[in-house]
Ligand binder design. Structure first.
Ligand code: AMP
Length: 178
């Protein structure tokens, strides 16, 4: 399966100079989605995971089927103001702006190991923020999964210690749009 072929690239979105790797085109391809979930299962077959934290919103669509398949609890990291209960929140910068994510405190059981799932790692700021919330609550990061990695944005400096895993990496932004 050549994931590059099913990932839509949109230049200058959402801001000039950003090449947006759009995985909605991967979700629209059942074979590509099923391949992605199979790969996730293979990558984490031998990893001790107590639960999955999926990041709004594309991370939800990967974290939910994975958690269901592995019969693990699924916790949502949501954008500011969406969760009604007692939350822990963290603000951070990402490739093209600022964002705040929140998690229900009562969902983050201390001592448990969480796999964090998102669609793409750019600077690593998003995943670092979620990892920091997990640790603040006395829980642990079991790993980080994302379909796409942009290692040239040096996310390893922020989240390398959590051994992030990706299925496809892009080494620069100079990819023709499809
Ligand atoms: P970062 O925190 O910089 O690693 O940014 C990762 C988050 O922003 C992920 O949730 C991505 O969905 C989104 N993102 C950042 N850069 C891009 C990009 N070039 N293409 C698609 N999504 C992106």
């Amino acid at each position: 399966m050549d994931l590059d072929k099913v990932i839509r690239k949109v230049p200058n979105f959402p801001k000039p100079g950003i090449l947006f790797y759009d995985i909605t085109s991967l979700f629209a391809d059942p074979e590509a989605l099923s391949y992605t979930l199979k790969k996730m299962e293979e990558l984490y077959r031998d990893t001790e995971i107590d639960g999955v934290i999926a990041i709004e919103s594309r991370g939800f669509l990967l974290g939910a089927p994975f958690a269901l398949q592995k019969k693990l609890p699924l916790v949502l990291a949501r954008k500011q103001g969406k969760l009604p209960g007692d939350i822990i929140g963290k603000s951070y910068s990402l490739e093209y702006g600022e964002e705040t994510l929140e998690i229900h405190k009562s969902d983050l059981t201390p001592g448990k190991k969480w796999l964090i799932v998102d669609d793409l790692i750019a600077t690593g700021g998003t995943l670092e923020a979620v990892a920091s919330m997990i640790e603040t609550q006395g829980a642990e990061v079991a790993g980080i999964f994302s379909v796409i990695g942009l290692p040239f944005l040096k996310y390893g400096e922020k989240i390398g210690k959590y051994e992030p895993r990706t299925l496809i990496n892009y080494e620069n932004e100079c990819v023709d749009s499809k």
